[in-house]
Design a protein around this ligand. Structure first.
Ligand SMILES: [Zn+2]
Length: 344
């Protein structure tokens, strides 16, 4: 295990907010290093420098956590692309990249388990997913992670299995569910009820991540906050989902002939200010583990961090329009340009 004298996750949550940047799949895809569709993080092996850079950018922008990019780096995803033989190398590689980025910055180092897409609530799939979680959790524990995130589960029972496996490592567990259009888990529980069961089973932090944007996630994390006594997590996608189209897969764009998810969601992207608003509202409710999932850029993370009172290194470059040639107010600016501002 890594010798770590910095405060751990639970100590940090007692003191205040913890920001966790997620969304590595989407950001690496946008940068041209990962293929949408199968969404397997082969970038870890093919272009590790891209992953390292993104870890650094997210920390610079305010993330307190460096999450190993093992999301969808599990046995089933590698099987689909015919590369199961790379499973261990990819996982250990991703953990090593995250560990270095965490060590150099003082951020927390997190392992990551995710939905397997193989869970169907029968005994065979229970055994299969448990074995998948066990191998990934063991690699994470060996790499010396500070805690393990188990995320994006639509089945509460699959999340509970992941949690059991994480608990066996003795590490703190952050478990987050993903809510589809129907605001219940695929096994029919309200998110509040599902999170209560996760808390009872020993999760340290419970909540929601991915799929829903700020507007359609907030009411559900509010209900979770009232239902549990442990810490609560909220990591929406930065898209303008709404009551009629509550998930990023259900968003429809009249200007685009096809499904906007996952590669044409740009017109729905939230501004950084919407993420700030979400962060402030969630923090006000008592939700302390905050982040942004698929679609997040560093500017979203910075705004979220600033909204809960943090000043990450990137705050040095937070917008200041006072010196804008036309729109600014500074006395050094030329009045000829300022007078023209309304015509821009
Ligand atoms: Zn996501």
């Amino acid at each position: 295990m890594r010798v770590n004298e910095r405060p751990g996750l639970l100590e940090r949550l007692e003191q205040g907010p913890v920001i966790c940047a997620e969304g590595y799949l989407f950001e690496c895809e946008r940068r041209g290093y990962l293929q949408a569709g199968a969404f397997v993080p082969e970038v870890v092996l093919e272009h590790p420098e891209v992953v390292t850079e993104l870890h650094r950018e997210f920390v610079h922008a305010g993330s307190d956590v460096v999450e190993a990019f093992t999301y969808y780096g599990h046995r089933e995803k590698l099987r689909i692309i015919g590369k199961e033989h790379l499973l261990e190398e990819l996982n250990r590689g991703a953990l090593e990249l995250a560990r270095s980025a965490a060590d150099e910055s003082g951020a927390l180092f997190a392992g990551d388990l995710s939905n397997t897409n193989l869970f169907f609530a029968d005994d065979e799939s229970r055994r299969t997913v448990r074995a998948m979680f066990e191998e990934q959790a063991a690699w994470a524990a060996e790499a010396g992670v500070d805690f393990i995130i188990a995320e994006t589960f639509s089945y509460a029972e699959e999340a509970l299995i992941a949690l059991e496996v994480v608990k066996e490592t003795g590490l703190p567990a952050v478990v987050t569910l993903a809510l589809h259009q129907e605001p219940v888990t695929r096994d029919g529980l309200s998110p509040a009820e599902a999170c209560k069961r996760l808390e009872e089973a020993g999760a340290d932090v419970v909540g929601l991540n991915c799929i829903r944007g700020p507007r359609t996630m907030l009411p559900h994390v509010r209900a979770i906050r009232s239902a549990v006594s442990c810490h609560v997590a909220a990591l929406p996608v930065p898209y303008r989902t709404h009551d009629g189209q509550p998930t990023f897969q259900s968003l429809r764009d009249p200007e685009f002939d096809g499904l906007p998810f996952p590669t044409a969601l740009d017109p729905f992207t939230c501004s950084r200010y919407e993420l700030a608003e979400f962060g402030a509202a969630a923090f006000e409710l008592g939700i302390r583990y905050l982040g942004v999932c698929c679609g997040a850029g560093p500017h979203h993370i910075r705004s979220l961090a600033e909204a809960v009172g943090r000043t990450p290194e990137a705050s040095r470059y937070t917008a200041d329009m006072s010196k804008h040639a036309y729109l600014g107010s500074d006395s050094s600016l030329l009045p000829e340009n300022q007078e023209y501002a309304a015509k821009l």
